[in-house]
Design a protein around this ligand. Sequence first.
Ligand SMILES: O=P(O)(O)OC[C@H]1O[C@@H](O)[C@H](O)[C@@H](O)[C@@H]1O
Length: 291
Amino acid sequence: MTLIGENNFGRIKQEGLGESLAQLVMEHQSCHARVSLYGGQVLAWQPREQEEVFWLSNSSDYSQGKAIRGGIPLCWPWFGAHPNAEGAGNHGFARNVVWQLSNSLITEAGVELELVWQGENQHPQWPFKTKVVQKLVLGETFTQQLTIENQSPDTIEFTGALHSYFAVSNPAQVTIPNLDNVPFDCKLSEQKGQQDSLENAVGPLDRIYYFDQQMKIVDAGKQRVIHLMPSQVNNWVLWNPGQKTAAGMADVHAGGEQEYVCLEAANTQPLSVASGKSVTFGQVISVTSLS
Ligand SMILES: O=P(O)(O)OC[C@H]1O[C@@H](O)[C@H](O)[C@@H](O)[C@@H]1O
């Protein structure tokens, strides 16, 4: 254990994660949280007097080259399969590289962290010199911002997502009213431009919604509402694998798919960044009681 910072309001420690990875552990008067340096991945955030907000698999593989299942994987510089390169790997490489902690601060309101990944020729599909800065503010609310800085001489284009796994009582008890009648593409049926209203969030569901406004995950079982406020985000992706697919996923523990809903703040259409410029997208998350 290494102590990163401490004052009257809270403490930041660095600890091991699995056999070879490292995580930051925050204990603050406003919340408890954990962030893996591998993937720059938020693993947990529990605001004071609330239950844990994110789902994390009990059978996650904490080893290099694997993606951690749960929390908020960072999908970047592409979302889903690479558009032109079969076998390039799902969701890019940001979730499979080690990020550096470049700054931290403990205030009365929460813990502020800045994590950075910087590289060039990281992947055959991503030769560009780029710097990605993730800013997190962990308090009674949760703020996450990803800034992509183009340090290459070329204009770059990327897609991506903040692939949040939200802990729920059961997808059967969940509604997401702001998605009602919003046009979506269904990745499972490959049908585009559909529209409907979901009665619940039971999988299999894999939808890209064309909507950039705030969301609410209403959980009747946990009697809470998770509020999501996006910024510079074009889509919401709703994903739950359902029982059959989850049973074949080694890193989802038995019955795990009945404990979460993924609602991902995403840009599934490419964003361009000119040489020397940067683009930021993000989300703010808060929790209220239903009653
Ligand atoms: O197993 P992965 O690579 O983490 O992806 C999980 C899911 O992530 C979602 O964002 C995609 O829409 C799904 O198609 C995909 O199955």
